[in-house]
Write a protein that binds this ligand. Structure first.
Ligand code: SF4
Length: 365
């Protein structure tokens, strides 16, 4: 054997079916394998008795079912957030977060090990770029969180009768995914979109496109490409400032993709996709939370189908800005409303375990 086996989580269902056919096994076996992994949570071929032994033996030599190893796990004191440090096959580390809100659970997943975008307030940016994640490494984070929520039944033996689902199938499924963890998703476009398509498979992870949100710092070619493709996920653009100079100071890639061109790409996206766009705004006290900034963003986005999500800055050791208080956030919202711009102030989660937006980083590698 040379090198590691390809990961199951890298392979879309149609490609798996074709691969299985190329080994002279029937498509029903590929469908059952897919259901075992994504619907029953089976983690070993040995736990798939409805597959022929010969097929299972072939799988053992061709495709790996291994998920990243959990190197560390931390829980927030309020019990709403769990953060996982995952070790990839080459021992690179990434972080993935499970967040509970009223009535829903969300997985915040990473798209790169580290990040090259260098946003000044972000712990991931401060650690630099290590490498791109593969589609399977992106999908595997979602499957890890899903299995935390729905641990596979012990001694699992059968795919079961859909009218009498197993305890695993009856447990709460993960339905919301945000690509807001480590990395810039549009800087790893091909892998991210392949992962998104696997996650959307209705016979597989079955995450609705409308429950997937991709956050970008403003990679214009990726926004335009996303606008041109039929993949109805939500797009959130990290704006943080309403003037080019101020934005470039917070988000260095603004020098490459300036604010006016970014706004043009956002308008194109809204027009082409007929979908509202979200703008993220990390509220930094005395820096970008002033009435002048609120009026500036109101003027900038007025008339665009948009919503502004305000997030009081999450502290990191490498940046000395402090979060805005509630009064400043409320006043900012009131000014946005004057421009017919809907806005929310995001619930912050997991700050005590450094699991908030912009706080993800790995101590090693
Ligand atoms: S905020 Fe996002 S894009 Fe910016 S450095 Fe952090 S991970 Fe990268």
């Amino acid at each position: 054997m040379t090198g590691p086996l390809p990961s199951f989580f890298d392979i879309p269902r149609d490609e798996l079916t074709a691969l299985v056919a190329s080994w002279d096994f029937r498509s029903v076996h590929a469908a059952r394998l897919w259901a075992y992994v994504y619907n029953s949570g089976a983690a070993r071929y040995a736990d798939m008795p409805e597959l022929p032994a010969r097929f299972r033996a072939r799988l053992e030599t061709e495709i790996s079912l291994v998920l990243p190893r959990v190197a560390a796990e931390t829980h927030s004191a309020d019990g709403f957030t769990r953060k996982y440090l995952l070790a990839l096959g080459d021992d690179r580390r990434i972080e993935t977060v499970l967040m509970r809100f009223t009535g829903r659970v969300t997985a915040c997943i990473s798209s790169q090990a580290g990040c090259a975008m260098d946003c000044v307030f972000c712990a991931t940016g401060q650690m630099g770029f290590a490498r791109q994640l593969t589609p399977g490494e992106i999908v595997a984070q979602v499957i890890h969180i899903d299995r935390v929520l729905r641990p596979p039944a012990a001694g699992h033996r059968s795919l079961g009768d859909p009218r009498n689902p197993s305890p695993h199938a009856r447990r709460e499924r993960l339905r919301n995914v945000v690509l807001m963890g480590m990395g810039e998703p549009l800087h790893n476009y091909e892998a991210v979109m392949r992962a998104v398509d696997i996650l959307r498979d209705q016979n597989g992870p079955a995450i609705s496109a409308r429950r997937i949100t991709l956050s970008t710092v403003g990679v214009i070619p990726g926004i335009v490409r996303l606008a041109d493709e039929a993949r109805p996920i939500h797009l959130a653009v990290s704006l943080h400032a309403a003037t080019q100079a101020e934005r470039a100071a917070l988000v260095p890639v603004a020098a490459r993709w300036p604010l006016d061109a970014l706004l043009e790409a956002c308008c194109y996206y809204v027009k082409k996709q007929q979908r509202r766009i979200f703008f993220e705004w990390a509220l930094i006290a005395g820096r970008n939370d002033t009435p002048e900034q609120a009026h500036a963003v109101g003027r900038l986005l007025h008339g665009l189908s948009a919503q502004v999500n305000l997030i009081p800055l999450n502290p990191t050791t490498g940046y000395d800005g402090v979060p805005s208080d509630r009064a400043a956030a409320r006043h900012f919202q009131e000014i946005l409303a004057e421009y017919d711009l809907p806005s929310t102030v995001r619930q912050r989660r997991g700050l005590d375990i450094a699991a908030g937006c912009g706080q993800l980083a790995t101590a090693s590698r």
